[in-house]
Design a protein around this ligand. Structure first.
Ligand code: AMP
Length: 387
């Protein structure tokens, strides 16, 4: 496991420049928070007019892994951050003599690789699904004997939204891995299938030494893509079991944040079991889609907290001002959503301004506030924007 080489946090002055690698919706919302707090922003993204471009003061137009471009944005910035985890950590390390990287690069290295990530989580006494590292069919067969079926095979690197994953239910499914991947394949993990009651997540933000958590939220995925988030996870009357889940989630979030000496926002995806066990599925070293509800529903949102954290400012404990439901707007939902939104003035519609709409591409999201989250879900279901 890499040692966590973090730099000493320094407080960033207003008017300083924050460089953001990646100009999608997360970069856009980070830049908006940075902007109203008085920071300048520059984004690195290959697409002219990317979602973050309009929110940032400047854009460097180049690929994310273009080393020259990373050097340019480093020279233009006082600190660097990123909106996604698949950034070249070596390239970032190579510019640490000219720019500060408050999150460090070990956080990236750990969260880029499922083996490193699960090892880090387990070494902090936190439960994941049972797992084994495999990179050959012979190792996979042995791992299946230990872990049993059903199980989930995931590539260690590069997967997202269910890409690079196979659910293995039968011996035939295991055999089909040999047909598709051959005898030796890229580093992967075999995970036991978790019969979770629901999926949840929690955000934690840090400034290198203080850590604050957001409420636990419940997430529903469709085709492995986040569909809806309900905040808080338990409605107005949490049971004793809910309280137990809540406590575990907040504790593990603080433990992981302290383990990383976290600066900025970290998202932790969870499986919650019927008996109240909380299992970590995966980590994202950045604000997260399941935290978009915080923009309207909390006094300080996940992007504010990310910026305050990487800027080394003191962090307020965020408060949930109202229960909320967030629903993603994918390419196929854009037309019905914009028609329906005229009839629903209570909807907070966010349009990321992406030039091209595609099936399953995240184009925006909607947040609705209200005490009865079940009622809000029914409102969405009846609006024609649900599927
Ligand atoms: P991931 O890319 O690891 O977040 O996985 C995508 C989705 O697949 C998760 O949100 C779950 O719905 C499902 N999934 C992943 N791993 C497991 C597991 N070990 N057991 C059950 N479901 C899983």
């Amino acid at each position: 496991m890499p040692s966590l080489t973090k730099e000493v946090m320094k407080r960033l002055d207003r008017g300083a420049t924050i460089g953001i690698i990646g100009g999608g919706q997360l970069g856009q919302m980070m830049a908006l928070s940075a902007r109203y707090m008085g920071f300048h922003t520059v984004v690195l993204d290959p697409t002219p007019g990317c979602p973050a471009a309009g929110a940032c003061n400047q854009q460097v137009i180049a690929d994310y892994d273009d080393k020259e471009a990373i050097r340019s944005i480093a020279q233009m910035s006082d600190i660097l951050t990123y909106e996604f985890e698949n950034v070249d950590a070596d390239a970032l390390d190579s510019v640490r003599d000219i720019v500060r990287i408050p999150q460090g690069t070990d956080l990236l290295r750990v969260t880029q690789n499922r083996v490193a990530e699960k090892t880090f989580i387990n070494n902090h006494g936190i439960e994941t699904a049972r797992w084994q590292e495999v990179s050959s069919f012979a190792q996979l067969e042995k791992a299946v004997e230990v872990i049993g079926l059903p199980a989930v095979l995931k590539t260690a690197e590069g997967g997202y939204d269910g890409h690079g994953q196979k659910v293995l239910r039968t011996a035939d499914d295991v055999q089909s891995v040999h047909e598709q991947w051959g005898e030796n394949f890229e580093q992967s993990v075999l995970e036991g299938f978790v019969n979770f009651e629901y999926e949840a997540s929690i955000l934690v933000s840090g400034n290198g030494s203080e850590y604050v958590t957001f409420p636990v939220v419940k997430n529903n995925h469709v085709n492995n893509i986040l569909h809806t988030t309900v905040a808080p996870a338990y409605g107005s009357y949490p049971s004793a079991l809910d309280e137990q889940v809540n406590k575990q989630a907040h504790e593990l979030a603080r433990t992981l944040a302290a383990g990383f000496e976290l600066a900025g926002t970290l998202a932790i995806e969870l499986f919650v079991c019927a008996d109240g066990r909380v299992i970590v599925n995966e980590l994202a070293p950045r604000p997260h889609n399941s935290g978009h509800y915080t923009i309207e529903a909390c006094d300080f949102d996940q992007f504010d907290m990310h910026v305050l954290g990487i800027a080394g400012w003191s962090l307020p404990q965020p408060k949930l001002l109202s229960p909320a439901v967030m629903i993603n707007v994918l390419g196929q939902h854009v037309e019905p959503v914009f028609k329906a939104s005229a009839l629903h003035p209570n909807w907070h519609v966010h349009d990321y301004g992406k030039a091209q709409s595609k099936h399953n591409r995240k184009m925006g999201h909607i947040t609705v506030l209200g005490d009865d989250t079940q009622e809000l879900l029914t409102e969405f279901k009846n609006s024609g924007c649900w599927e």
